[in-house]
Design a protein around this ligand. Structure first.
Ligand SMILES: Nc1ncnc2c1ncn2[C@@H]1O[C@H](COP(=O)(O)OP(=O)(O)O)[C@@H](O)[C@H]1O
Ligand SMILES: O=P(O)(O)OC[C@H]1O[C@](O)(COP(=O)(O)O)[C@@H](O)[C@@H]1O
Ligand SMILES: [Mg+2]
Length: 342
């Protein structure tokens, strides 16, 4: 079989490990031939691909980013987009299946293309951990490690100056990175998109920390809304998919806290540092296994399915199930963390 691989959406540590896992499994067990589409769905629409051999994936599991490049191209748009054009391009080049590595957007596109008859297997990718139907996705654990290290570092400088620190982490719709890094780093409040909060409550936690003689540290996900806000804070325009580019909520909160509590406050936006660099060992293993199982799913003809982590096993679910809803932080997980606030 000749399989085309693509990586699409925001990049994520572990994408290359998936590619390596898929290629090694395919070459060793099935004599598969691989090509890689450049820049996500863009390469599919434009017929822009290159062969990937076993030699090409040597040492790739520890390499951040994606050797194939990524984009937020919609495969249904443009002169050469849409299922008929794509199928024609695949037939002309003898490509029998696609492994699409992406988040909920990429997989929604994969789902629509599968419905139109294309042979696609999905692999879940997200540092946000917002995909349903998988316990975790690779990239998330690495991002949490990076955010936790940032918290540890911010705490020492905060204590030296008796300041309040507000750290902004990624998380467009869900607050998993904030929740896990905040718990790991002992944050005094964790603010997430699922749980709008008033500035008074935030300042109450800050005050109580200061009363104990400590320097308050708050972790906020970029998608967090104060209870007075209708939409998440955005002043950076739109992304390629016409969604507001988030970021800046920490910069907004720090002066509000300073004004109300009198504590000198600073903000830090961790940004794309969370997405760059080498994946953790856990993420390398998870990504490698997902890649290997995606190839098996292709040989099983399980078109329209996504490989997924269930407990410690890799299984398959329908992509439809994966994109049907978001994996939000449940109330009981937030309540559990909230005991430690202040
Ligand atoms: N329902 C959809 N139909 C077709 N294409 C979609 C759909 N949803 C998202 N996409 C495409 O997939 C791209 C990747 O989605 P995005 O949410 O940016 O990344 P991720 O795959 O990481 O979630 C989007 O920019 C868009 O072009
Ligand atoms: O700066 P970019 O590439 O537009 O991406 C920012 C977004 O990408 C993410 O890191 C991941 O989002 P996706 O999985 O949808 O690509 C979000 O947390 C963040 O809002
Ligand atoms: Mg997305």
């Amino acid at each position: 079989m000749k399989i085309g691989i693509l990586t699409s959406g925001g990049d994520c540590p572990g994408l290359n490990a998936v590619i390596r896992g898929a290629v090694l499994k395919g070459v060793i067990s099935h004599d598969t031939e691989f090509v890689g589409f450049r820049w996500g769905w863009k390469g599919v629409v434009e017929g822009d691909f290159t062969s990937i051999t076993r030699h090409d994936v040597r040492g790739l599991s520890k390499q951040g980013g994606t050797i194939l490049g990524s984009s937020r191209t919609n495969p249904f748009e443009g002169e050469h987009g849409g299922p008929e054009n794509i199928q024609r391009m695949l037939d002309e080049n003898g490509i029998e299946a696609i492994i699409a590595i992406g988040g909920e957007g990429t997989l929604a596109a994969a789902q629509r293309l599968t419905d139109a008859g294309l042979r696609i297997i999905g692999v879940p990718k997200t540092i946000d951990n917002d995909l349903a139907a998988t316990d975790y996705s690779f990239g998330f654990e690495t991002a949490v490690e990076i955010a936790t290290e940032a918290i540890d570092r911010l705490r020492t400088t905060a204590e030296s100056h008796n300041r309040c620190m507000v750290l902004e982490v990624m998380g467009r719709h869900v607050g998993w990175i904030a929740l896990h890094s905040g718990m790991a780093g002992g944050a005094h409040a964790i603010l997430i998109p699922e749980q709008p909060m008033g500035i008074e409550e935030i300042c109450h936690y800050v005050d109580s920390v200061r009363e104990r003689g400590r320097a308050p540290l708050i972790v906020v996900a970029e998608g967090f809304k104060l209870d007075t806000m209708e939409e998440a804070h955005s002043h950076l325009g739109l992304d390629a998919f016409n969604r507001p580019r988030l970021g800046g909520i920490a910069e907004k909160l720090a002066p509000m806290i300073e004004e109300r509590t009198g504590i000198e406050s600073r903000h830090t936006v961790l940004g794309h540092i969370q997405r760059g660099g080498a994946p953790s060992a856990y993420d390398r293993v998870l990504a490698t296994r997902l890649g290997m199982h995606a190839v098996d799913a292709a040989y099983d003809g399980a078109w329209g399915s996504m490989v997924t982590l269930r407990g410690t096993d890799i299984e398959t679910v329908s992509i439809a199930e994966a994109v049907g809803s978001l994996n939000r932080v449940p109330q009981h997980r937030y309540d559990e963390a909230k005991i430690l606030f202040g």
